[in-house]
Write a protein that binds this ligand. Structure first.
Ligand code: ATP
Length: 385
């Protein structure tokens, strides 16, 4: 198994059930040393349970869990050396901020000077110096959340586990807090596992996103790959807002047919991916990749505008093509309800899935993916490199 000096976490064929109900089933996941991994998925998909299994707060029914190369199935929570931040912060109401932050260190008999050093550093880093002597009820939600983060940071644990730590904050504080969190991680390089159902948080904090549905891993990859190359319909629809449009389509003679209308598809798709005529396809196209056109051309689709939503900075336009509803995003022109419009599909931005199992049929190599991975590159094993 892996090196004990790394901070890897490995789930190997893990099952967890409550009674007869499986929460996660045959779960395999390898979290790298120093990685920020996001567990994302709809409510009840098993995110918190997965995190609690790592923390040792839940037993597993079968399979193995390894941390730092050691099988930890039977290692109790207190011996796993994890720092955890919960959604409700779980602060002690009768203790001051400073006492809350240092309580765990005192319990572990860390030397006084070292406790003070870590406390001062955490107060400074999380902008809490002036609140050190207040109790939690004298703090705002954002300040409490920072205390919970500080308490986890001072532990200097190799594993940092966070269960929706920002969900009680308003939008602006969330943004600020997630930047702080990334900064903390870049300073200490813990292996960070973060549960959220917020896509933006997942995309911005994670080196990789593990997307779960009903206890099964749907896809794990860099945020850009998840967005631009979804492995299946579930991933395609879950990531992105408004959701990706998915419509029945057929391929034949170099064209993609949606009902009686058709569009040409670039030759590389035909050669590399769509080798034979394929009846049972699902075409995916994101709302931002439906482009309005003012005239009918060879490859435009004719659609009727059904409804328009104003989002302030752009419009969501609900369209009907061949009896199928699509949603498009547009920034400038506001099509009127009831009018017919022409739309183009950006051929570099289409996704095709097999209808029988919802899996992607793949992408031609030449089609570029707008990669932002370099911004979010996994910066692991820094010291060893
Ligand atoms: N102690 C328990 N006993 C029985 N069922 C449980 C228990 N804890 C969780 N579950 C069930 O396990 C499933 C997964 O729960 P979990 O909390 O892991 O989901 P989640 O993805 O974190 O959801 P949310 O985003 O709503 O917090 C749910 O169906 C839940 O009802």
């Amino acid at each position: 198994m892996n090196n004990k000096n790394t901070k890897e976490i490995i789930f190997e064929q893990v099952d967890k059930c409550y009674g007869k109900n499986y929460v996660i089933k045959d779960f395999n996941l390898q979290i790298k040393d120093g990685e920020r991994i996001i567990l994302l998925g709809p409510s009840g998909c098993g995110k918190s349970t997965t995190l609690r299994i790592i923390a040792g707060l839940e037993d597993i029914n079968s399979g193995n869990l390894y941390m730092s190369g050691k099988r930890v199935n039977d290692v109790p929570c207190g011996e796993r050396n994890v720092a955890m931040v919960f959604q409700n912060y779980a602060l002690y109401p009768h203790m001051t901020v400073a006492q809350n932050i240092t309580y765990g260190l005192k319990a572990h008999k860390i030397e006084k000077g070292e406790i003070k050093k870590r406390l001062d550093e955490a107060l400074e880093m999380l902008d809490l110096v002036e609140y050190a002597q207040r109790t939690p009820k004298q703090l705002s939600g954002g300040q409490r959340q920072r205390v919970a983060l500080a308490r986890a940071v001072v532990k200097r644990s190799p594993y940092f586990l966070l269960d929706e730590p920002l969900s009680n904050l308003d939008a602006q504080l969330r943004l600020h807090a997630r930047k702080e969190l990334v900064k903390i991680h870049e300073r200490y390089h813990q292996t960070l596992v973060y549960v959220t159902h917020d896509q933006i948080e997942a995309m911005t904090v994670g080196h990789r996103i593990a997307l779960l549905n009903k206890g099964e891993l749907q896809m794990i990859d860099h945020p850009s790959v998840i967005y631009n190359r979804p492995a299946n319909i579930f991933t395609a629809k879950f990531i992105g807002s408004p959701s990706m449009n998915i419509v029945d389509a057929k391929y034949g003679s170099g064209k993609l047919w949606i009902g009686k209308q058709s569009v040409h598809i670039p030759e590389i798709w035909c050669k590399q991916i769509l080798c034979a005529e394929t009846e049972n396809l699902l075409l995916g196209i994101r709302p931002e990749h439906l482009i309005f056109s003012d005239k009918q051309e060879q490859d435009t689709l004719c659609a009727t505008v059904k409804y328009v939503e104003d989002y302030g900075n752009r419009y969501g336009v609900y369209l009907e093509v061949e009896g199928i509803e699509l949603i498009a995003l547009c920034e400038d022109m506001v099509p009127q309800c009831g009018k017919n419009v022409y739309i183009n599909l950006n051929p570099e931005k289409i996704h095709l899935f097999k209808k029988e199992n919802g899996k992607s049929i793949g992408y031609p190599k030449e089609i570029p993916m707008l990669m932002s991975i370099h911004m979010n590159e996994v910066n692991v094993n820094k010291k060893e490199k």
